[in-house]
Design a protein around this ligand. Structure first.
Ligand SMILES: Cc1cc2nc3c(=O)[nH]c(=O)nc-3n(C[C@H](O)[C@H](O)[C@H](O)COP(=O)(O)O)c2cc1C
Length: 328
């Protein structure tokens, strides 16, 4: 039987399938179910910066000192935040008792300070690693791209100084020079990069003429973006790369490993097909490896990466040219 084990962030994983951060990873029962169905690690639902900023009191004090009336600030709101934080830490403690696979905590951050102490608390409560979901939609006309990029490095540098557990960051593809950013981030003290996050994107209801949310789950075709960039970068970076978005089945998993991913993260396929899909994907990978004569994942990982394929144009080409002509 082929050996499916892999490593990610220095953690040994029994296979390359990690459950992504989502509402399926915010409670013990569902996480136990995911683990029993074969996932090798779980990323908890993110706690959002806004949920953590109970240190808001500090800012309230500052505001009061500057002449604002304290009653303008919502005490109840800060209690709710505290409750969210406590619930998250309780979940971690409980998971440590019930689940044996690595647990990766997740923080969704947009600034560089208030939530740092929470990362330390996560560490104290037994997370094996922390995934930072960093996304700033580059929609501000007055913000230069290097200012936005600097924030990523500031956050990463500060966090990797403050906590000892491995840090991985989940980024988007919204960068003007994506290859350089991926490489530069990989040369900080982070241990992994997750390519890429899928965003909530608004849709329009044309009858009601209003904004709605439609595209919550991905489709298998959505794998193309991360497949290209994992393949382009996997042998040119200094940290682990993990693929995310659009991986729905065994074929998607195998493609990402051929591109050079250390593992994949899945969410939409768990919503669509249930946690049993993890077992299906593992069986597909085993069957494929046996058929190809591969004994371990390292026998074929990165076989179709930038460094290994001769024709880089196939990875880099962004226009169709001859395909348009032949596509009748
Ligand atoms: C309902 C739902 C909730 C999610 N919540 C989070 C979250 O809290 N934090 C996060 O980093 N990503 C979150 N995601 C994004 C997923 O982790 C993943 O990056 C994205 O769905 C793309 O992977 P997929 O194609 O396998 O679904 C969520 C996705 C879904 C569908």
């Amino acid at each position: 039987m082929a050996d499916l084990s892999t490593t990610y962030l220095g953690l040994k994983l029994k296979n390359p399938i990690i459950a992504s951060s989502s509402t399926l990873t915010d409670n013990v029962e569902s996480i136990k179910n995911i683990a029993e169905n074969g996932a090798s690690a779980v990323v908890l639902r993110s706690i959002f910066e806004e949920e953590i900023t109970i240190e808001a009191e500090h800012y309230i004090k500052e505001a009061v000192n500057s002449g604002y009336d304290e009653s303008l600030f919502d005490y109840f709101d800060s209690r709710v935040k505290q409750h969210n934080v406590e619930q998250y830490l309780d979940l971690l403690l409980e998971l440590r008792r019930h689940v044996k696979i690595p647990i990766i905590g997740s923080i969704n951050a947009v600034t560089n300070h208030e939530w740092m102490y929470f990362a330390k608390k996560m560490e104290a409560n037994g997370v094996d690693a922390i995934e930072l979901n960093l996304f700033l939609l580059p929609s501000q006309l007055n913000t230069k791209c290097d200012e936005t990029e600097k924030l990523y490095f500031d956050i990463v540098n500060k966090l990797t100084k403050e906590v000892q557990v491995p840090i991985t960051i989940k980024i988007s593809h919204y960068f003007s020079n994506l290859a350089t950013i991926i490489k530069s981030l990989s040369e900080t003290n982070i241990k992994g990069l997750v390519l890429f996050n899928k965003f909530f994107s608004p849709d329009f209801d044309i009858e009601e003429e209003k904004l709605i949310s439609t595209y919550v789950l991905s489709n298998p075709q959505d794998l193309a973006m991360s497949l290209r960039w994992i393949a382009m970068m996997s042998d040119r970076v200094s940290c682990d790369l993990v693929a995310s978005t659009g991986i729905h089945d065994g074929a998607g998993l195998i493609k990402q490993l051929l591109a050079g991913a250390k593992a994949v993260q899945i969410a939409s396929t768990l919503y669509k097909n249930g946690p049993e899909q993890i077992g299906e994907m593992i069986r597909d990978l085993e069957e494929w490896m046996d058929r190809k004569g591969y004994k371990s994942i390292n026998d074929f990982r990165g076989k179709l990466s930038y460094g290994k394929v001769k024709d880089h144009a196939l990875l880099e080409r962004v226009q169709f040219m001859k395909y348009f002509q032949s596509f009748k």
